[in-house]
Design a protein around this ligand. Structure first.
Ligand code: G6P
Ligand code: MG
Length: 218
């Protein structure tokens, strides 16, 4: 173990800090149903961490018909309106267990905190949860070229923080996110089930189990 090597922890938002992954699921499921497409929790795992248009493409691929770019735009907007309705009234009580304590632990250890979410609603959600000030850097998804599993977002966060990727821990609840972290050359801490997040370096059920001392960075 080489604790000194860790200089930053970069968190995903939905499903890691915020109890919002279920709202994405509900909004996508309703949209899929309007198109006669089956949608369940297992399929939803593939969408976690994937941006809005790429998620829509994965869903519409299940349909026998083709969609124009304009039709896709309308459907994506519908899903987003529904998601925004579902999240309009969230409060700090919607922080996942251990989230605030983990952010505070990282900062009091003198390490930097970053946020790496591909959600274009991230800034709004951070405001509602009252944790925007907990971050040294928040990557703005509007400026990204690639969605997870591409490493761009985690590399961008490390770059903004001025920390080498090898000195970062990335924290993720999604398959795409863990792949992104590993491709960026970081230690991948999975939140959820080790049976799902098979490529993570370590998996804990939630951030109540987050202990900085547990992680080794090569
Ligand atoms: C996160 C969530 C995904 C969501 C994506 C885009 O990565 O895990 O489920 O599709 O953000 O979110 P947005 O709010 O921009 O539609
Ligand atoms: Mg997530």
């Amino acid at each position: 173990m080489n604790k000194q090597a860790i200089e930053a922890v970069i968190f995903d938002l939905d499903g890691v800090l915020a109890d919002t992954a279920h709202f994405h699921f509900l909004a996508w499921r309703e949209l899929a149903q309007t198109q006669g497409i089956d949608f369940d929790e297992a399929f939803n795992e593939r969408l976690k961490g994937v941006d809005r248009m790429a998620s829509l493409d994965l869903i519409l691929r299940q349909s026998s018909r083709n969609y124009t770019h304009e039709e896709k735009q309308v459907l994506a907007n519908k899903k987003n309106q529904h998601y925004q309705q579902l999240t309009a009234t969230i409060t700090p009580a919607d922080l996942l267990p251990g989230a605030r304590a983990a952010l505070e632990a990282v900062r009091s250890a003198g390490l930097k905190t970053g946020l790496a979410s591909v959600s274009k609603n991230a800034f709004f959600i951070l405001e509602r949860l009252e944790i925007r000030d907990c971050f040294d850097d928040i990557v703005d998804a509007a400026f990204l070229t690639h969605t997870k599993p591409h490493p761009e977002i985690f590399l961008t966060a490390a770059n903004h923080l001025g920390v080498d990727p090898s000195a970062c821990i990335g924290v993720e609840d999604s398959l795409a996110g863990i792949t992104s972290i590993k491709a960026a050359g970081m230690f991948a801490l999975g939140i959820g089930s080790a049976n799902v997040l098979t490529d993570a370096d370590l998996v804990i059920p939630d951030l109540r189990h987050f202990l900085l001392n547990d992680y080794a960075v090569n």
